[in-house]
Design a protein around this ligand. Sequence first.
Ligand code: G3H
Ligand code: 13P
Ligand code: ZN
Length: 333
Amino acid sequence: MVNYKDLGLVNTREMFKRAVAGGYAIPAFNFNTMEQMQAIVMAAVETKSPVIMQVSKGARNYANATILRYMAEGAVAYAKELGCPNPEIVLHLDHGDSFELCKDCIDMGFSSVMYDGSSLPYEENIKISRQVVEYAHKYDVTVECELGVLAGVEDEVVAEESHYTKPEEVIDFATRTGCDSLAISIGTSHGAYKFKPEQCTRDPKTGKLVPPPLAFDVLAEIEQKLPGFPIVLHGSSSVPQDEVDTINKFGGNLPDAVGIPEEQLRKASKSAVCKINIDSDSRLAMTAAIRQYLAEHPDHFDPRQYLKPARENMKKMYIHKIKEVLGSDGKLG
Ligand code: G3H
Ligand code: 13P
Ligand code: ZN
């Protein structure tokens, strides 16, 4: 049993309390590789922001659970080396789909876990969420649970249709599970294709897709039912058009990729939304930089040559999100 406190990590409790009160959101960036981890830490240190580094089941399968755990421990040491004496870094399990997986992560040093029972019948979701919370709280690990279904891929769970979170269920769910934060569905979804073209309008000048707005009325109702309770938004990549254009220019093929406009995330950050999940934008930033580098340097084959600009591009994107979208810069406790 490894306790996250011995690794220099923190749970989400205090940072969420401050974020809700202060009208900003904590970035939750997924990582699978060393370059992503380095870029996240560099961005957090440079902006003096708390940060959540999250690991999906897929990331554990790709990179190995033990390696990722040590990378998170290394992230704390790296932040200190970069000049931040007291970094606030959370190691979080993203979309845990069983009690056993959540327990395994808690036992190996995670400071926060998500149990995602959103695809289960309501009572089943409550039952397993409660079981995870009871175990996690013994070790002061915080737990995120989910109500409502996002369209798209939630790791192992694929949903054709999204269902907004029902505001009339949130008090009962939060009370009976004892969860520390609640992920809700108000129109975001995972991946780089968040909306079908027929759900969008087209900007007549650029021909680009303009997505429908998020359901801020549903968010407001949830906030009214659970005043001050930490709310989480998944599927919050904005799919920057310049990165998509670079990918397409240098041999990629991502037609009609579309994300959540940043001004909507800015607006959400000012509410009880205190954790915003971003993964796809990091993938796009990395892929765009690598495609461009390799196209412009066909004779290069040292991975450090193309991973360095990829890391720089992700760092630039993370800093932009922290400073210009979520507002968590300068918010270390
Ligand atoms: O919510 C999903 C995250 O973007 C993680 O994706 O399961 O492909 O690692 P992944
Ligand atoms: P994106 O695919 O929009 O980056 O969402 C990531 C996410 O929600 C991770 O849990
Ligand atoms: Zn998610």
